[in-house]
Design a protein around this ligand. Sequence first.
Ligand SMILES: Cc1cc2nc3c(=O)[nH]c(=O)nc-3n(C[C@H](O)[C@H](O)[C@H](O)COP(=O)(O)O)c2cc1C
Length: 198
Amino acid sequence: MSQPFILVLYYSRHGATRKMAEAIALGVESVSGIEARLRTVPEISSECEAVSDTIPATGDLYCSDEDLRQCTGLVMGSPTRFGTMAAPLKYYLETSSDLWMNGALINKPAAVFTSTSSLHGGQEATLLSMMVPLLHHGMILAGLPYSETALLDTQTGGTPYGASHVAGKSGDQPVDRTELQLCQAQGKRIAELALRLG
Ligand SMILES: Cc1cc2nc3c(=O)[nH]c(=O)nc-3n(C[C@H](O)[C@H](O)[C@H](O)COP(=O)(O)O)c2cc1C
């Protein structure tokens, strides 16, 4: 059987959420016996019949049903868009009914992360709403415990509902040390939970 893996599934238009995904993957891979698989989703278009190539020209591969079916745990990230997840990720999740009907994700651990431009721009609302479809899939949601003391010290992102980043008005604020630390803690936590539950 292949090595168990945590699916780090994200959508990122401008790269901030992707940076977080990389840090989460590092946290996953700090745990021995499990690896991270980074996957993204295609853009969606207002042209109803537009389809993208199955393989993106650059960056991570698009997530397949098999990536989701075979993962031992999931960490899912999206930029905040009006206080909830971005449409391409929501659209992708709405293609997962087969997995839902077969209970393929039941009892797998999951966590969520987000990036916003502003400090009070809806990170918690986004993270909580991202958990809802995963609960429908029967997944076991995990946040970040306050034993991660960075949660108490942060002046930027980082919430008990999941890792977060404040990218700033122009989207060019780097993921800071505290935010990175919490991303890594989140990846590590899901990897450890997955090995215990799996
Ligand atoms: C349509 C749209 C809606 C947005 N809504 C919010 C929001 O509600 N709160 C916020 O702080 N930022 C909001 N943003 C900004 C993004 O969340 C922010 O730039 C994020 O860091 C982008 O992540 P990315 O670099 O991974 O694409 C919005 C951006 C767009 C395009």
